[in-house]
Design a protein around this ligand. Structure first.
Ligand code: ADP
Length: 487
């Protein structure tokens, strides 16, 4: 089938989190199954120029705030996936993808409306329509909304179905209602069955309502978002669409994340030969400024967006107790100011214990996975979570809260079987107990080694999940006989 991914980020062109990893990897796995894949992304200031060449000029975008224009660049074909970049400098030639200095751009609705419309206008210029347009999160929710409104009679898309993946229901794209016409949308959409949401418009809600199929990134999260606790106000909408919802676990691109081949590491290692892991630990500690690393001391790694979702209030509550333990804490992240200053303060107060870098640094992220003995993810909620899956592969034993994808991917260690440590109560005490349990197990030598190997041998490659997506695409295939009706 011909499948077009439309997304606001994708590796190697842009990334702020797991969405970028998924959009970078899933299309490759789908292409390997024999499907025809193209990926459409915005061209940001930070998008590597690489070999992108002009492809199409001057798409005209009749938004309600006036005509906007975009060009399209051909960013090449790798692993059977063709990538196109929508070039609209007014909206995307900026320092951040969605934000600047922690604040969302005020015109985000217009930016992603222009992008979504440009993607559809670009698709219309291709010789054949896509069978599936696969969109992701609120930034591209306008694609299915436009297809069911502005483009509803358009014969070109008569055979096109939509899949909408929710990577995190906590981010919804909520805007004041007066911008509806600015997005070229009819005021009639401002109803409870449409985009209306407590007096505002909610683009994620529109994506859920107007898509043919909805997925999210783990089985447990598909259940959780149907509850008031995790649904962020959209649990009712999700429940009303539950028959079209499926949870499919994200996979890992092991071409990017494998300690046996990772070029960013001081040494490579694998389940058959773990020797290189200690060299990675030493190199990491030295890189983080430890003059004489104590290699018997466990390293606990954290790589994260600094957001409340990720459980940093729990870490803050036990920060002093952690400093008193015989451990190194290596922390990489950026985001909310209060957490950035928490870690800055801890690093200043305990320079031998808290080794902190406030930044987004992909190479260091790989080096932390390799150099850590344990990896901490005490998330309040976690749709899938990728770092704990990378940690398994890199032999950094995950300590996680049992929620969403964390619960789906980590099996509790019982001394023999299992891959990590889990706690269920969202409390500092429960987190601390899980860390103590991990530190006790670390002392066991052989059992710890088996625990590491249990994790390293797990296979979370994309193949299985890509097949699940392909089955959804197949189920949406519109028989040619129906085409005339839909058009
Ligand atoms: P989320 O998408 O909620 O941020 P995930 O665990 O699904 O969480 O994915 C996070 C991705 O972003 C991982 O690939 C992780 O390595 C990366 N990442 C997060 N913060 C940083 C950072 N400060 N530097 C480098 N990579 C980061």
């Amino acid at each position: 089938m011909k499948v077009a991914f439309v997304a606001s980020e994708g590796v190697p062109f842009s990334k702020t989190g797991g969405l970028g990893d998924v959009v970078g990897a899933l299309p490759k796995a789908l292409a390997a199954l024999g499907h025809e894949l193209e990926v459409i992304l915005p061209r940001y200031r930070s998008t590597p120029a690489g070999t992108a060449v002009p492809y199409a000029r001057s798409l005209t975008l009749p938004l309600g705030i006036g005509y906007k224009f975009a060009a399209v660049q051909d960013a090449g074909r790798t692993h059977g996936v063709q990538t196109f970049l929508i070039d609209c400098p007014e909206y995307f030639d900026r320092d951040g993808l969605y934000q600047q200095q922690g604040a969302d751009y005020a015109d985000n609705a217009h930016r992603f409306a222009a992008f979504s419309m440009a993607a559809l206008e670009f698709l219309k210029r291709e010789s054949a329509p896509p069978d599936i347009v696969h969109c992701h999160d609120w930034q591209t929710a306008l694609v299915p909304i436009y297809l069911q409104t502005l483009y509803v009679g358009d014969k070109f898309f008569a055979n096109t179905s939509t899949v909408f993946t929710i990577h995190n229901i906590g981010y919804q794209g909520i805007f004041p209602p007066h911008i509806l016409p600015q997005l070229a949308l009819h005021a009639g959409l401002f109803t409870i069955d449409g985009l209306e949401y407590y007096g505002n418009i909610n683009l994620l809600k529109g994506g859920i309502i107007f898509s043919d199929s909805i997925t999210t990134v783990s089985r447990e999260y598909a259940q959780e978002i149907q509850t008031p606790e995790f649904g962020f106000g959209l649990d009712g909408v999700i429940r009303s669409r539950a028959s079209r919802l499926q949870g499919i676990l994200n996979g890992v691109d092991y071409e990017e994340w494998d300690p046996a081949t990772d070029k960013r590491l001081a040494a490579n290692y694998s389940p058959g030969n773990l020797a290189g892991k200690e060299a990675c630990k030493k190199a990491l500690l030295e890189k983080m400024g430890v003059a004489a690393p104590i290699l018997s001391r466990p390293v606990i790694g954290i790589i994260s967006r600094f957001a409340t979702q990720k459980g940093f209030d729990l870490i803050a509550a036990i920060a002093e107790q952690l400093a008193a333990l015989d451990v190194y804490l290596v922390v990489l992240g950026s985001g909310e100011q209060k957490f950035e200053s928490l870690f800055r303060t801890l690093a200043a107060k305990y320079p031998e214990k808290y080794l902190v870098k406030i930044a987004y640094d992909n190479a260091l992220a790989h080096q932390i996975e390799a150099g850590s003995d344990m990896f901490l993810m005490p998330s309040r909620y976690e749709p899938c979570g990728l770092n704990q899956i990378y940690s398994l592969k890199y032999g950094a034993v995950p300590i996680v809260r049992a929620t969403g994808g964390l619960d789906d991917t980590i099996e509790p260690f019982d001394g023999k079987a299992g891959t990590g440590f889990k706690f269920r109560d969202y409390s500092a005490q429960a987190l601390l107990a899980a860390i103590y349990a991990a530190l006790e197990a670390y002392k066991t030598g052989k059992a710890w080694r088996n625990l590491i190997l249990n994790g390293m041998k797990k296979d979370f490659s994309w193949t299985t999940s890509a097949k699940a997506y392909a089955r959804i695409y197949e189920s949406l295939r519109i028989p040619a006989a129906q085409t005339a009706g839909k058009a």
